[in-house]
Write a protein that binds this ligand. Structure first.
Ligand SMILES: N[C@@H](CCC(=O)N[C@@H](CSS)C(=O)NCC(=O)O)C(=O)O
Length: 848
């Protein structure tokens, strides 16, 4: 390839793991690809991409690294439209799953994927289209090769990979490895074929060499492998409260099977979404998360299920423990990274402060020596002036004794001398005055400002700069301390979470051992309902029972990140329908706790005590449960029916949502076309087929038929009136501003990553269909938003999940599809109002 046609090429180095990152770009189109970027050098790389004006399309990892964490996940957050890529055999999640022969194109250039397993299963070598250069990752290193003693490493595979895929490239093809520990930067196929001490040997010799390398494990292997392999970056971003739009967009595109234009497959037919590890990873994660949701329920059974079920639970706990460990370790690693950065900054600021202080000291020293010199000169001048004075006086005394003829002349001379002396005295006195002024720190108004900044002024500036710098240092110190504290907390959290899981596992193992001795497993319905401390489920049916004594495990469960995720409509328990009761404000918080906290609030399910889900009646009261006592077969049958009903319900909801969408479209079209008022459309549900509305009546909460539109979309919906109609004393609640369309007030919110509690101004806005929170009531600085569609549930934190809450009895939870928010109200009345206000939004969610 002619020089002008060669792509832009940069070899970048990360010194901690001795990793090379490569940046390639088309010089004309500016489309670019980055290979093996490292977390530690993320900012440097992003800056370079920006400075070069590149359009970074793909961040590709040559394999799942064991010695460092890739920055592709975070880079995607910083560079819009960027896609991550890795071999489909790596088992790691990425937007693009690469296979042999795939091309990653950037402008008129391309990198072709050659699978070179051996160091790991998912190692690839990326060859530039014209064969002039190749990026070998850890397969081939300069005069060496990647180790084969972990991550499915295989010396034989590696030997074949290099001989067949790398050594077959042209002799002069430049080879760029992912690491070098000796300062070498590049090699060629020809050189390596001749001089590589390992790969010039026979296969058996090579295997022997590789089996006896005895290298210590990479220092970061425990964090890096799981982080690069299986970690869901979304969780980090969620923990960091970072926006996820890019990722969500890209994901949904892949989910729709859209092929990125810059990736081409040799063998067509498999879309990345259908074949790639990402979708696998996604589904497996969803599975594990789903099972996590079930776990607490299964685990809390007093009645012992089958040993295989328990065994399954134990496996899941192990898996959950591993996931949690990885997640927390990575969070810890990220915190450590941030702490390092802060420490570096603190060091820089401290250095700057020290330099400024030194400068100030030198200035003072200079000033002193200048003053000293000036004083000396002043003294000399004083002597000179005094000498002049003395001479004048002597002269004056001599004149009377001189002959008459000379006197006139002498008087004239004396006059001149006196004038000169007086001028010198005046100049001296001015000078002396200035010096005294300077010494006493008074600025001389007459000093020439332009030529020389006034001493006092520059000194003042310096002092200001020093105190500013001191402030910066103090702030940095505070941040460092905060990070250190967070790290400690995170470590503790990790220990707590892992201990809880360990304990659960121990209990399950114990339970497994007990099973054969158990006489009546899973046969008596009353056992379930009367003795189960929190809840049990034969998925998807979930039976809730208010806890008498919330066990530690139960209390810890909602805190688990993995169990909050993907709890979408299809997984949501149906037992909540119709279980909500509203209590008047004059009841205590605790009294209010039981009925609501144990069941999820959902709009339109109130007021009243009726059980909307007829099928679930047995579970809702002890009396009922004892009366029914179904056997396991009944439960299975119920479960099956419920599943069918749920599927039907979802279908109907989809139909309804579609109709509503069309209706709204029609309405807005109508509003556009005509200024005359249209007669109101019948509510969508009324237009459903008879069996559809019937089914909805069976499965929907008793009053929800009236609300086929979300409450706030129904004509004339008045939020304030609605809340008042529920019996709340809105007028007497001074903490809230409740209008027909909005509710606003302060709530204390727990942070996403660091579990600190911050007072925020919350605004429930039915016009914008969102619950937003701001730093202050001026609503200028938006801190976060929960869209109504995303809000799933609102419930009182009766399990005291928010262990560090400043007011546990005033803490409630808002669960969105991907996060749990802990909020603390200032008093019980405002908490109840807030819960009732926010719950109106769940209707919006349940439409989807
Ligand atoms: N000291 C480093 C790890 C060094 C190491 O094991 N390098 C790997 C590639 S990174 S997994 C390797 O394959 N080396 C082969 C060799 O012959 O050195 C650390 O602690 O990170």
């Amino acid at each position: 390839m002619a020089k002008s046609e060669a792509p832009l090429f940069r070899q970048l180095f990360e010194s901690e793991s001795c990793t090379y990152t490569y940046l390639l770009a088309d010089k004309i189109t500016k489309e670019a690809v980055i290979i093996d970027p490292v977390l530690e050098t993320l900012d440097r790389d992003v800056k370079l991409v920006q400075e070069l004006g590149l359009n970074l399309k793909v961040a590709v990892n040559t394999h799942c690294h064991a010695d460092h964490i890739t920055s592709t996940g975070l880079m995607k957050k910083k560079i819009q439209g960027l896609k991550s890529a890795i071999s489909k055999h790596s088992g790691a999640s990425a937007d693009i799953q690469l296979s042999e022969g795939d091309d990653i194109t950037f402008g008129k250039h391309r990198l072709t994927v050659r699978e070179t397993p051996g160091h790991t299963n998912g190692c690839v070598t990326l060859v530039l289209g014209d064969g002039s250069m190749a990026f070998t990752g850890d397969a081939l290193l300069i005069r060496g090769c990647g180790r084969t003693d972990f991550q499915q490493g295989s010396a034989r595979k590696l030997y074949h990979s290099i001989h067949q895929k790398v050594f077959k490239l042209p002799e002069d093809c430049l080879l760029y490895p992912a690491h070098d520990y000796k300062g070498q930067t590049v090699t060629t196929v020809g050189e390596e074929r001749k001089y590589n001490p390992r790969l010039t040997k026979s296969l058996e010799e090579f295997v022997n060499i590789m089996d006896n390398l005895n290298l210590p494990n990479p220092k970061k292997i425990d964090i890096a492998v799981p982080a690069n392999l299986a970690f869901k970056w979304e969780r980090v971003f969620q923990a960091l409260e970072m926006p996820q739009h890019n990722m969500e967009n890209s994901r949904s595109q892949w989910q729709q099977g859209l092929r990125q234009p810059w990736i081409t497959r040799v063998a067509e037919g498999q879309s990345p979404a259908s074949s790639g590890a990402e979708s696998d990873t996604e589904s497996s994660s969803t599975e594990s998360e789903k099972s996590c949701l079930k776990k607490p329920e299964v685990r809390s059974l007093r009645v012992l299920p089958s040993p295989s079920m328990l065994q399954h639970c134990i496996t899941e706990i192990n898996q959950q423990k591993e996931e949690l460990k990885i997640e927390l370790q990575l969070e810890i690693a990220l915190l450590q990274g941030e702490l390092q950065t802060e420490k570096k900054q603190l060091h820089r600021h401290t250095q700057k402060l020290l330099a400024l202080q030194q400068q100030a000291r030198e200035r003072v020293k200079h000033k002193h020596s200048d003053r000293h010199k000036e004083r000396e000169s002043l003294e000399e001048e004083r002597h000179r002036v005094e000498e002049l004075k003395r001479r004048c006086e002597e002269q004056e005394k001599l004149i009377p004794s001189q002959p008459e003829s000379q006197r006139q002349q002498l008087i004239l001379q004396l006059q001149q001398q006196k004038e000169a002396m007086e001028a010198a005295v005046r100049a001296f006195e001015d000078w002396e005055f200035r010096v005294l002024e300077q010494e006493s720190g008074i600025a001389d108004e007459d000093e020439d400002r332009e030529d020389k900044p006034k001493e006092g002024e520059s000194e003042g500036e310096m002092k200001k700069e020093i105190s500013r710098q001191q402030h910066v240092v103090n702030m940095a110190q505070e941040r460092v301390q905060q990070f250190e504290k967070q790290l400690k907390e995170m470590e503790k959290e990790k220990e707590r979470e892992l201990n809880a899981l360990r304990k659960e596992k121990r209990e399950l193992i114990h339970a497994t051992q007990m099973v054969p001795k158990e006489k009546k497993p899973l046969t008596d319905w009353s056992n379930f309902t009367s003795s189960v401390p929190c809840m049990m489920s034969l998925s998807p049916l979930t039976v809730h029972k208010p806890p008498q004594e919330p066990s530690k495990e139960a209390a810890s469960l909602p805190r688990r990140r993995s169990s909050h995720r993907n709890n979408r409509l299809s997984d949501r328990p149906l037992s909540v329908q119709g279980l909500v009761r509203t209590l008047p404000d004059n009841q205590t918080t605790e009294a209010y706790t039981s009925p609501i906290s144990s069941h999820r609030l959902s709009n339109g399910h109130r007021p009243g005590n009726s059980n909307g889900g007829g099928l679930l009646t047995p579970c809702n009261s002890e009396a009922n449960s004892r009366a029914v006592s179904p056997c396991l077969l009944d439960l299975v049958e119920i479960e099956k029916k419920l599943r069918e009903a749920k599927a039907e319900r979802e279908r109907l909801l989809r139909v309804r949502a579609e109709r509503q969408r069309l209706l709204l479209e029609e309405r807005s079209q109508g509003q556009l076309n005509s200024s005359t008022e249209e007669p109101p459309e019948p509510e969508p549900q009324q237009r459903l087929e008879p069996e559809a509305s019937e089914a909805i009546q069976v499965l929907s909460p008793p009053s929800s038929e009236k609300h086929s539109l979300p409450l706030f979309l129904t004509p004339n919906f008045d939020l304030r009136a609605h809340v008042e109609s529920l019996g709340h004393g809105v007028a007497s609640c001074m903490d809230l501003r409740l209008t027909p369309r909005r509710c606003a007030g302060f709530l204390t919110k727990r942070g996403g990553r660091v579990k600190t509690w911050k007072k925020r101004w919350f605004l429930f806005d039915t016009d914008h269909k969102r619950l937003a929170y701001y730093t202050d009531c001026d609503e200028r600085k938006l801190k976060g938003v929960m869209y109504f569609q995303a809000i799933e549930e609102v419930y009182y934190d009766h399990l005291r999940t928010a262990t560090s809450s400043p007011r546990p009895s005033l803490t409630f939870c808002v669960k969105t599809y991907d996060r749990l928010f802990f909020l603390v109200a200032s008093n019980a009345v405002s908490m109840r109002i807030w819960m009732d206000v926010i719950v109106t939004a769940t209707d919006e969610h349940s439409r989807y």
